[in-house]
Design a protein around this ligand. Structure first.
Ligand code: SF4
Length: 198
């Protein structure tokens, strides 16, 4: 079976729209740097910071304050806002039960994508956004197929459009490293959860 090219799908949509509202789930400032610089030319973006996977709370707050600083310093065509849906680590431990020893990139991660994407879909519906999306596909360690599959499923469930992506394409990951250096962003050396720390 041919692999779906999510970057091509995204480009087609970007050619057809301008100035619509996007709720963008972000895992951290470094991953969002390229995504924000790319998409803010097309969308009025609100960043959703919802990451119950992060261990521990001080790390959560550190990543969040870097996210806020990046938004305040990054030039953009449309202003970028941010909302935070709170730190709920118990939600992450619920979905991780029995999957604690699964290596990074497996079932636990799929549940972790879903947890965060579902919050984004829910909030997008509640707040009247045209689209929702996530920065997660920028990481070479994340499964873009799964992220898009879950996003499309939640779009159906909540009745909000999901913006397809594979942000690592077109040197997106490389650009995120360059932008992180430019803005002197704190770049963590583990994905987020206590299991990825080990
Ligand atoms: S490794 Fe990353 S994506 Fe996977 S469960 Fe942990 S925080 Fe989530």
């Amino acid at each position: 079976m041919n692999k779906i090219n999510y970057q091509k799908q995204l480009e087609k949509i970007l050619n057809e729209i301008d100035g619509q509202n996007l709720l963008l789930h972000s895992c951290c400032a470094p991953c969002s740097s390229y995504v924000l610089s790319y998409l803010s030319d097309y969308f009025k973006i609100t960043v959703l910071y919802y990451n119950p996977n992060i261990s521990d709370e001080s790390e959560y707050n550190k990543r969040k304050s870097e996210q806020i600083r990046l938004i305040s310093e990054l030039p953009s065509k449309y202003p970028i806002e941010i909302i935070d849906r709170g730190y709920e680590p118990e939600k992450f431990f619920e979905i991780s039960k029995g999957l604690e020893d699964v290596p990074e990139g497996g079932e636990r991660c799929f549940g972790c994508y879903r947890l965060r994407l579902e919050k984004a879909a829910e909030a997008a519906k509640e707040l009247g956004f045209d689209w929702f999306c996530t920065t997660l596909s920028i990481s070479p360690l994340k499964n873009a197929e799964k992220i898009n599959e879950i996003g499309n499923e939640l779009a159906e469930k909540y009745g909000v459009k999901f913006l397809p992506s594979d942000f690592k394409k077109k040197e997106g990951f490389k650009r995120s490293i360059e932008l992180s250096k430019k803005y002197d962003l704190y770049r963590q050396n583990y994905c987020g959860c206590v299991y990825s720390k080990k």
